[in-house]
Write a new protein. Structure first.
Ligand SMILES: CCCCCCCCCCCCCCCCCCCCCCCCCCCC(=O)SCCNC(=O)CCNC(=O)[C@H](O)C(C)(C)COP(=O)(O)OP(=O)(O)OC[C@H]1O[C@@H](n2cnc3c(N)ncnc32)[C@H](O)[C@@H]1OP(=O)(O)O
Ligand SMILES: NC(=O)C1=CN([C@@H]2O[C@H](COP(=O)(O)OP(=O)(O)OC[C@H]3O[C@@H](n4cnc5c(N)ncnc54)[C@H](OP(=O)(O)O)[C@@H]3O)[C@@H](O)[C@H]2O)C=CC1
Length: 515
């Protein structure tokens, strides 16, 4: 049996952010690989009118947990959902629950975070820094704790081009930031935010960097490690390929491209898109948990979960594969045929934005007005472009992450552990992965019907014919206008027509001679 899987059996595991994308994949793998684990405590808040129990029921009944429901029929009994809101001072955990957590927890996986790039600094700090600090304080009071694993992001130091598995300190100490958030009002915080975040693009990356510093400072006496994934995509292999239930990362770009709304993305075609499958991140995280608990490294180790250095996926290749896949597995109700253009040049971006986004939206809105409907495309397009522009910082650049610790860990695993907890992306086939990505988006995220694919393909063929007809008509109108207004255009036109005529006559004559 796998040593790592055996380690988690009979353990009490605390997970924050278990209702999130990565948290669910983490729980699923734990139940599937170590069905004899004692209990998983999850800190959950009620949301969207659902109680804790309803949320847990919903998670356990989703497609992701299909295999777990068979392997571990009593899975419901092994999850202890604890009411908690991490943005509140004492996490709002009841006294009894807190006592149980403190006395029983063996391992903590801290995944909860606000991942929005545009989160106000106050709430980003509250969740990504203060909550981390408080969880570390709690961890310090747990006599049975063996390891604390903190999920950060490979982009926490994205102002650097080359990133090592170390902590890069922020100029202002986290304690000072936390303290200032207590007495500054919102208006002043908004004003100083750009100065504080400095070269970072948003409050997310800044607060995650502060969170790492807190982990380093407050976790000195704990057995602690940090995992830094890059852009997390759907599962690669486990429990099945293509599982995704989040719009984060690049899913929004893919959906907008699949619906034909977005054709241009600010990317340098030769740049690398550092995608990493969710199951790879989770396998590494579980291996890190085991290694930290059992081998107790003397210093806190940071592990990069990235793909670019060993199996680079270039933007151009991704654009081509995405277009091909979206033809094969189209998304429902496309506005246009998917097509991808990548550039970072400002002039080129403005040109393509006008020609392939705004012009189309205006024409479509005009068509809606003519057919007695309310125009909506320009508004929708502007919203999407605004959203996508906030991702531009990440799409227009490339980074290099070193992975010495991750490779060291891989070398420490037995062949069986390397197989069961595979985090080696050298053999990942990107074309296959993109196909499963689109399938996953269609099936699990958008919940579209697979049986509708032939109909959508037919619709796409109609759109292609309209596109050709529209372009040919536009070309002929332009020619006609030019010929009517310019002698030179007329000369060129007559030259082309007489050239074609002569060529055809020559071709016919030579065929007759041969006959
Ligand atoms: C791909 C094809 C394009 C063509 C290019 C072709 C080029 C050829 C070669 C290139 C190939 C293509 C390669 C592209 C790859 C680029 C790679 C880089 C991508 C960069 C991704 C960034 C990831 C960075 C990861 C950093 C690591 C982390 O740790 S991230 C943690 C995860 N966090 C996130 O990912 C959160 C990011 N998101 C946000 O913070 C917010 O969404 C936002 C701040 C970005 C935007 O907020 P906003 O309020 O504006 O939007 P939102 O609330 O999300 O939505 C507003 C409404 O708009 C609707 N909407 C949004 N998208 C769509 C859509 N696609 N279709 C329809 N409707 C959409 C949305 O539903 C909202 O509607 P309402 O709910 O009704 O308001
Ligand atoms: N996805 C990605 O591309 C990447 C993610 N990461 C990191 O991985 C971790 C997990 O990310 P991911 O799963 O994608 O994120 P999600 O947004 O999917 O999940 C976030 C989780 O945090 C919980 N949470 C947020 N606020 C609170 C709160 N106040 N109290 C209790 N719980 C709260 C959410 O609960 P609720 O369901 O109630 O909202 C949810 O379970 C994060 O630390 C993130 O920084 C790093 C790199 C890339």
């Amino acid at each position: 049996m796998s040593t790592i899987a055996a380690y988690y059996n009979n353990k009490s595991i605390l997970i924050t952010g278990a209702t999130g994308f990565l948290g669910k994949v983490l729980m699923e793998k734990l139940f599937r690989s170590s069905p004899d684990l004692k209990v998983i405590y999850i800190l959950v808040r009620p949301k969207s009118g659902q109680t804790l129990q309803q949320r847990v029921f919903h998670i356990l009944n989703c497609e992701l947990f299909k295999e777990v429901r068979e392997i571990c029929p009593n899975v419901q009994e092994k999850i202890r959902a604890i009411y908690a809101d991490l943005s509140q001072d004492d996490f709002a955990i009841s006294k009894e629950d807190m006592e149980e957590l403190l006395s029983c927890t063996n391992i903590i996986f801290h995944c909860a975070a606000t991942v929005r790039f545009d989160e106000p600094l106050r709430s980003a700090v509250q969740l990504n820094v203060v909550a981390t600090q408080k969880l570390l304080l709690m961890a310090g009071q747990m006599p049975k704790l063996e390891a604390f694993i903190h999920l950060s992001t490979a982009f926490s130091n994205c102002y650097r081009k080359h990133i090592d598995e170390v902590i890069y300190p922020c100029p202002v100490e986290p304690k000072k930031i936390i303290h200032s958030m207590e007495w500054l009002d919102d208006a002043i915080i908004d004003e100083i935010t750009p100065k504080l975040i400095g070269d970072r693009p948003n409050t997310y990356t800044y607060s995650k960097a502060l969170g790492e510093m807190v982990v380093q400072q407050e976790g000195e006496k704990l057995n602690i490690a940090i995992v830094r994934p890059s852009i997390v995509g759907p599962t690669w292999q486990e429990p099945f390929p293509g599982w995704i239930d989040t719009m984060n990362g690049i899913s929004k770009i893919i959906i907008a491209a699949g619906k034909g709304l977005l054709q241009l993305q600010a990317v340098e075609p030769t740049n690398v898109v550092d995608l990493i499958p969710a199951d790879t991140v989770i396998n590494l995280t579980l291996a890190v948990g085991w290694y930290t608990a059992v081998h107790r490294p003397k210093t806190m180790l940071i592990y990069h979960s990235t793909s670019g250095h060993i199996n680079p996926f270039y933007c151009k290749e991704m654009g081509l594969q995405l277009t091909a896949t979206l033809e094969k597995i189209p998304l429902e109700k496309p506005f246009r045929r998917p097509y991808t253009i990548g550039t970072t040049s400002t002039i080129s971006k403005q040109y393509w934005n006008t020609v392939s986004h705004h012009a189309y939206a205006i024409i479509y809105d005009f068509y809606l007005i003519l057919t007695g409907r309310k125009p909506r495309m320009t508004k929708l397009l502007n919203r999407i472009l605004k959203t996508i522009s906030k991702l531009e910082y990440f799409s227009s650049q490339s980074w290099e992450w070193t992975t010495y610790n991750t490779e060291m860990l891989m070398s420490q695993l037995s062949p069986e552990d390397q197989r069961v907890f595979n985090f080696d992306v050298r053999h990942l086939n990107w074309s296959q992965y993109m196909e499963n990505y689109v399938l996953g988006i269609k099936k699990y995220l958008l919940k579209e019907d697979m049986a509708g694919i032939p109909e959508v393909k037919q619709h796409l063929r109609r759109l292609r014919n309209i596109y050709y007809f529209f372009n040919t008509t536009l070309f002929l109108i332009a020619c006609r206008l030019l010929i009517a207004r310019s002698q030179m255009a007329r000369n060129v036109w007559f030259f082309i027509v007489s050239f074609c005529y002569k060529f055809l006559s020559y071709f016919r004559a030579s065929r007759m001679l041969k006959a």
